[in-house]
Structures are given as C-alpha cells and as structure tokens.
Design a binder for this molecule. Structure first.
Ligand SMILES: [Fe+2]
Length: 336
C-alpha cells in the first residue's frame, strides 16, 4: 500500500520526527532497531564469562563429612554440594552447560528413585558398598568407576553394605544446558524405590576402573596433544556429554589449546597443575577443574596422573559449533 509522504510521520496520532520519538515508539511495541541495539548480537570470538577454577577434594571432603552429621536423609536424600563457578553473577553452573557436585552417601543410606531430563554421570572417588539402580538394573559402584544415568531413566542409589565406608563421588550433569533449553522435567517414583531389580556385574552404563586402566595401557597419544594416552568412555557416553580418560606421566607437559566445548576434569590419580588463561590450578586426587569454553589451557604433570574429562563436545559437534585449535605454550599462562 502506498503511503503519501507528508514530510512528518505519525504513529497512533503522535508525530515521529526525531530518533528519540522513533525509539520511544519502538519501545512501546517491543521492537529494536538493528542499528542501535542495547548490546551487540555478534562478536568475533566466544566471550569468556565463566572462569577456569579448581576445587580441592581435601577442602570439600571435611565439609561434606560435617554435612553427613548435620544433614540427614529427611533433610535431603542426596547429600551433595554443587561446584558453582565463582565468576561474578553466576549462581549455579560449573561451566556453561554442566554442573559438577561432590556427593557423600553413608552406610545404611539410600537415595530414592527419580528421573529427570538432564543426563548424569558419576565418577567414584572412594569407599565401597554402594550401588546404583538404573531402570531396574542394579550395579555396584567402586572407586575409579564411571557410571551413567542417561536422560529420563529411573535411578536410585544406596549404601546397603555391611562395610562401614563413607562413599564419595563426583556427579556431573547437563542441568545448566537443560535450563538454557527450558526442557526440564522431573518426577519422583511412586513407592520411592524400583520394585523389579536385576543385579548385574557389568552393564553398558558402567565403565570399570580396571577395564579403563587396561585400555589405557595400549592407548595411543591423542593427536590434540593434551594427554599422553587417552581413551573415550562410550561413543559418546551420553547424548550431551562425552567422557575421555587421560593418562599422563610425571614431567609431561601437554600442548596448549582451546576449544568451544566446556570441560570438567576430575582427578583420579596423580598430581599436577592446569595453566588456563593466566590462572594456575594445582590439582591432586579427587580434585575437580573447570575449563570453560575458549580458555587456552595446558596440563603440567608432576606425579603420574589419570584424569577424566567430561565435556559437552557432543552438543557442540551436533550443532556444528565445535572448534578447537592448538596455540603457542605462552597463551596458557598469559590472560588472553
Ligand atoms: Fe538424579
């Protein structure tokens, strides 16, 4: 429809003869001119909001043990502490798409069955006597094992052994991704525990420590140079999370690289440090290290080490957003 020009536009009977009046009219309609957006929509490279950060197991364990005395199963049937990235304004994620937590389960305790759309995995740090039941299959959890809980499967955990070990593990979930996608569903099982249960020594959701060690012995050096030997657990382990177990000898210094995928490292053995974008994170057994996307980092190993890297690589790859590059070593120690 042709509009006759009068030299002055009107909107709803009000003149629009200046940019100020134009933007006021925009605001009234919840529209925004692409030429004066409040914040840019595009930028050259990923912005880095969350921080590389490490959590010491030796710091957290005594507090979790104290919680073991103060927080009973009536208060919470899952006694865990989430590792919240300390970047300003962040209230939950460890890295953008993943959250990690330490969890303690004590003899006689049981975490009731539930299911949720986020996927989860557990990396067992210490203690014997626990098992998990995923969709009616019950498997024991032992130190060094990695266990999966894929999206929307019923799961419960318990420590029903006569052993007196307190059991600690690291949980990693894609809850922040599910928050971003606004696809959270959660359901408690009526009756609290799964009725029909089958005991299994092995299952596709379990990666046993001794099997991983055997595979690592014959594994080759990965092309990316971030470890001496590397195996993948699963292919990928979960639809949203991949798992790589990495082995490095004392004295090993990795390549320096950055990637668009977000990583959470759990230290199963050894000692060393991660240099990431000007931040040095010392680590040893049980520690967790967060390396958010696009932070240049490298590993410097002082005692033979075994790490599990959990990352959102499958998500980035599925969306065509996975990019990685090797950098000069100095880029890890100099804040970019
Ligand atoms: Fe759960």
């Amino acid at each position: 429809m042709a509009v006759e020009s009068t030299g002055q536009s009107e909107v709803s009977g009000r003149p629009v003869s200046s940019l100020g009046e134009l933007y006021q009219a925009f605001d009234a309609l919840s529209i925004e001119g692409g030429w004066h957006q409040r914040s840019p929509a595009l930028w050259e490279q990923p912005r880095k909001s969350l921080l590389p950060h490490g959590w010491k197991y030796s710091d957290v364990k005594p507090l979790l043990a104290a919680a073991g005395e103060l927080v009973d199963q009536d208060m919470s049937d899952r006694r865990n502490v989430t590792l919240t990235n300390p970047a300003e304004g962040n209230t939950f994620p460890t890295v953008r798409t993943l959250v990690a937590a330490y969890q303690l389960i004590r003899p006689g305790e049981a975490a009731k069955a539930h299911r949720h759309t986020p996927s989860a995995l557990r990396i067992i740090l210490e203690g014997h006597g626990t098992y998990t039941v995923v969709e009616g299959k019950r498997v024991e959890m032992r130190p060094g094992d990695v266990l999966l809980t894929p999206s929307w499967l019923w799961h419960e955990h318990a420590h029903m052994s006569t052993l007196t070990d307190d059991c600690y593990w690291v949980d990693i979930l894609d809850v922040p991704l599910v928050h971003l996608l606004e696809t959270m569903f959660f359901e408690l099982l009526h009756g609290d525990f799964q009725g029909e249960v089958e005991d299994l020594a092995e299952a596709p959701i379990v990666f046993r420590w001794e099997d991983s060690v055997a595979r690592l012995e014959s594994a080759e050096a990965p092309a990316h140079g971030m470890a001496e030997r590397e195996i993948e657990l699963g292919d990928p382990a979960l639809r949203t999370v991949s798992l790589h177990m990495q082995q490095m000898s004392a004295g090993f210094v990795s390549a320096t690289s950055r990637t668009t995928s977000n990583s959470v490292f759990t230290v199963l053995q050894g000692r060393g440090r991660t240099e990431a974008d000007g931040i040095t994170i010392d680590w040893s057994q049980g520690d967790v290290v967060a390396i958010p996307a696009w932070r240049p980092y490298r590993q410097v190993v002082s005692e033979n080490a075994c790490l599990v890297r959990a990352s959102d690589e499958p998500v980035m790859a599925a969306l065509g957003l996975l990019r990685s590059e090797t950098l000069p070593a100095s880029d890890a120690s100099i804040e970019a």
